[in-house]
Design a binder for this molecule. Structure first.
Ligand code: NDP
Length: 282
């Protein structure tokens, strides 16, 4: 089995750099997929209240037979739970669905600067209370731009352990990654293969040929060498194995530079811009 590197967070805890994401996995199939991913070797699962598959995620972890202590589990606060008094209650609901006493990491999913009077700071303070209560061992954010992070830094004393943002070869998101790096925040790269959108790229295919690996392995390895945390999603067992098999080769500096050059800046973004996304479910 491959050795997955562990990265140390600013709160002293260690997170597996490679995990398995469950966004858009059918809730009815999630237990089976998560158990399969754990059988392949994954020890880090990324879910969210919004994905509506926390129950299956918890069930899959149980069904895998691997000890809860050996799995890193992340969930995220849904956009309708930002009021400080709702944060802890919503995490308690997540824990009930997951069948767990605590999650390893709890993230604010989106900053929602156009909702809640633009107040994500008191939401963050409530996240910190969840950590103090032992319900989340680490806390962090997702989709925070540098100015959102600056706002947290100016008003609170806890620096998020991670910032989970869109990153892939077509959208390198360098400004936010640089801020994270300079402030001791680990970047987690969501949609690491742009939901498959970068796999037909000629440069990626050329590097795959030269290294004898697949386009997905080349892109995922690029993330690993940049030091980001990734959790590619797949419903397909053979791809679970493919995406896990990243540690018997290295990209050369020249390959890294060729992939770096694919960045399209803002045009490469596939998801919403965090400054403009304010959708709150009923
Ligand atoms: P990914 O970049 O991981 O791509 C997933 C897609 O690529 C699926 O359609 C999958 O198909 C396909 N795929 C996976 N592996 C391969 C492969 N080896 N070869 C060819 N195709 C492949 O997209 P996600 O958006 O799912 O991002 C990953 C995770 O990031 C999510 O699951 C979630 O945990 C997190 N995320 C967080 C967000 C946030 O706002 N914080 C937003 C989006 C994602 P198939 O399943 O059919 O095999």
């Amino acid at each position: 089995m491959s050795m997955i590197p562990e990265l140390e967070l600013n709160d002293g805890r260690s997170i597996p750099q490679l995990g398995f994401g469950v966004f858009q996995i059918d809730p009815a199939e999630t237990a089976e997929k998560v158990a399969k991913a754990i059988e392949v070797g994954y020890r880090h699962i990324d879910t969210a209240q919004m994905y509506q598959n926390e129950e299956g995620t918890g069930q899959g972890i149980k069904d895998s037979g691997v000890s809860r202590d050996d799995i890193w589990l992340t969930t995220k606060l849904n956009n309708n739970n930002h009021e400080p008094e709702k944060v802890k209650a919503s995490l308690e609901q997540s824990l009930e669905k997951l069948g767990m006493d605590a999650v390893d990491l709890f993230l604010i999913h989106w900053p929602l600067p156009g909702a809640y009077d633009g107040d994500y700071v008191s939401t963050w303070e409530a996240m910190i209370e969840c950590r103090e209560a032992g319900l989340a061992k680490s806390v962090g954010v997702s989709n925070f731009q540098t100015h959102h992070l600056e706002e947290l830094a100016s008003k609170t004393s806890v620096v998020p352990a991670v910032n989970q943002i869109e990153v892939h070869p077509y959208f390198a998101n360098e400004d936010v990654r640089r801020y994270d790096q300079q402030h001791g925040i680990h970047t987690e790269a969501w949609s690491p293969i742009a939901q498959g959108g970068v796999l037909d790229d000629d440069t990626i295919k050329q590097i795959a040929e030269e290294t004898g690996k697949t386009p997905a392995q080349v892109v995922l390895r690029w993330h690993i060498q940049r030091g980001d945390i990734i959790f590619p999603k797949t419903n397909t067992p053979s791809r679970m194995e493919e995406n896990f098999d990243l540690f018997d080769f290295q990209l050369s500096k020249d390959h890294e530079i060729l992939i770096d050059r694919l960045d399209k800046g803002a045009d490469g973004r596939t998801g919403p811009h965090p400054d403009e996304f304010n959708v709150i479910p009923d």
